[in-house]
Write a protein that binds this ligand. Structure first.
Ligand SMILES: [Zn+2]
Length: 100
């Protein structure tokens, strides 16, 4: 949906001013869902952990399209073995998600 509304926004966006409209739309689309998920986590953290992680991944993936993260980690170039570990950890987390 956001892709269709803001096809020209992203890392090379020059149409918006300081705050990219696409980024604003991403925040608007996810704010209430994230708040609701937080409430669910407060009620039953174990029962909603995977759901919350998935929603957060979705949110971060949308922002990645607006503002891609640099090929560095906290300003430092990431050594290949460290990047490998990070990717392995992400894959592990992915595999822990329940099948829907
Ligand atoms: Zn924009």
């Amino acid at each position: 949906m956001i892709d269709a509304m803001y096809p020209n926004c992203g890392p090379e966006c020059t149409k918006c001013s300081l705050l990219c409209k696409r980024g604003d739309a991403v925040d608007s689309a996810f704010a209430s869902r994230l708040a609701f998920m937080l409430e669910c986590m407060l009620v039953d953290s174990h029962g909603h952990w995977n759901e919350a992680a998935r929603l957060l991944d979705e949110y971060k993936a949308e922002w990645e399209k607006v503002n891609p993260s640099p090929p560095t980690f906290m300003g430092e170039p990431m050594p290949p073995e460290r990047k490998e570990r990070l990717l392995a950890r992400l894959a592990e987390r992915e595999s822990m998600k329940p099948n829907v």
